[in-house]
Design a protein around this ligand. Structure first.
Ligand code: SAM
Length: 361
């Protein structure tokens, strides 16, 4: 027994002498701050704390009433929010929202990011990361339902995700309209078009064109309700809303098909199925326009390489996709019978530059 105790003592001495306490603390800080802070932000958004404090500071007692909250728990939560820079605590115990906290007001772009990135839909996929590594399947599927199907049953999270996409898309649409002339098209289908941000901007630039917003039925319903407040009547009346799955079929009869930020979400097999569905309904004169991120090849890996690795494996974990280098897009398109007409890399410089491929069948 004494020998056993000695062995344990030896192991402890070895582990403390060979492990830097600072490195251990760094792991603990990263672990606990990442897991906890995201949920602090989510609760801050869900409880609409920034909205409640926008008109002036309040004590926990003053804020507990409109929130119908447990006062002690709320006070402790507000201290945690203060530690995260979302509020400050005054000398009289009242809490005021900071500029950082105000970014998380209801309906803001940042609030959507929080509800999406810290939401159960994403987390249930991330929890399966080790299985993703072992099996190559998406985390959502391992958890029992692909994340896009999960969103079909969780409208609040679906809305947050689609808002995040729409914000991101809004950053690049003007640059896209500058590099590609849309005026010659008569009928444009946006495949997986989300809330219609890309399609409505393109239709504004192509006044004679009609558009079809094609996405999953719950997303199309969302766009049908949100777009009237966001676009002109002229653009709105040229949009047809069509729900369905692009893995089964896509609407026929258009002379332009747009596929933005879609292929990154899917495996080669599913991308091939989608491209095949497009090829089947496209006429020889019609065009396919792909906007996506490209993975850098090793030789040109830039300072974004760390983000690139995270985005690529993040996509695999969530949806089953990945970032691809240009050569792989070319191979997938050629294999499904497309001919590439135009490649414009980096037309909109965001964290990841947006790239454009135009092809025909
Ligand atoms: C990453 S978002 C891109 C949205 C939009 N194209 C943009 O760039 O803002 C992917 C879109 O594909 C849609 N989607 C996913 N699976 C789909 C399917 N099987 N059929 C149709 N749309 C689908 C999602 O609902 C979502 O709106």
């Amino acid at each position: 027994m004494d020998a056993g105790r000695d062995r344990i003592g030896d192991l402890m001495t070895q582990s403390t002498s060979s492990t830097s306490p600072a490195a251990g603390m760094d792991i603990l800080n990263t672990l606990y701050s990442a897991a906890f802070t995201a949920q602090v932000m989510r609760a801050f958004v869900k409880l609409r704390i920034a909205d409640h404090l926008a008109s002036g500071p309040r004590t926990p007692a003053g804020l507990a009433e409109p929130l119908d909250a447990h006062q002690d728990a709320l006070a402790a939560f507000l201290d945690t929010c203060a530690a995260n820079g979302l509020v400050t605590r005054g000398k009289g115990g009242e809490y005021a929202v900071t500029d950082r906290g105000l970014l998380l007001r209801s309906g803001s772009a940042m609030a959507s990011h929080v509800l999406y990135a810290a939401g159960p839909g994403v987390n249930r996929a991330y929890e399966q990361m080790s299985e993703v590594v072992l099996t190559g399947r998406s985390g959502g599927e391992v958890a029992g339902q692909h994340v896009y199907d999960y969103y079909g049953e969780h409208p609040e999270e679906a809305e947050a995700f689609e808002k995040v996409m729409s914000e991101t898309t809004a950053e690049c649409v003007n640059a896209l309209v500058d590099v590609h002339d849309f005026t010659a098209y008569g009928r444009i289908v946006d495949v997986g078009g989300g809330r219609g941000t890309l399609l409505s901007r393109v239709l504004a630039a192509a006044p004679k064109a009609e558009g079809v917003l094609f996405d999953m039925p719950h997303v199309v319903d969302m766009a049908r309700s949100s777009l009237p407040a966001e676009v002109s009547a002229d653009v709105l009346e040229r949009i047809e809303f069509t729900g369905g799955s692009f893995l089964e079929s896509v609407p026929s009869g258009a002379d332009l098909y747009m596929v933005k930020s879609i292929l990154v979400d899917w495996s080669d097999e599913e991308v091939t199925r989608l491209l095949g569905n497009l090829h089947r309904v496209m006429s020889p004169g019609s065009r396919l326009l792909i906007v996506d991120w490209f993975a850098q090849d090793g030789a040109t890996a830039s300072r974004t390489a760390g983000y690139e690795a995270i985005a690529s494996f993040g996509s695999r974990t969530l949806w089953g996709g990945r970032l691809r280098p240009l050569a792989e897009f070319e191979a997938l398109l050629t294999a499904t019978g497309f001919t590439i007409d135009q490649i414009t890399t980096g037309f909109a410089p965001c964290l990841f530059p947006w790239n454009l491929i135009v092809a025909h069948r």
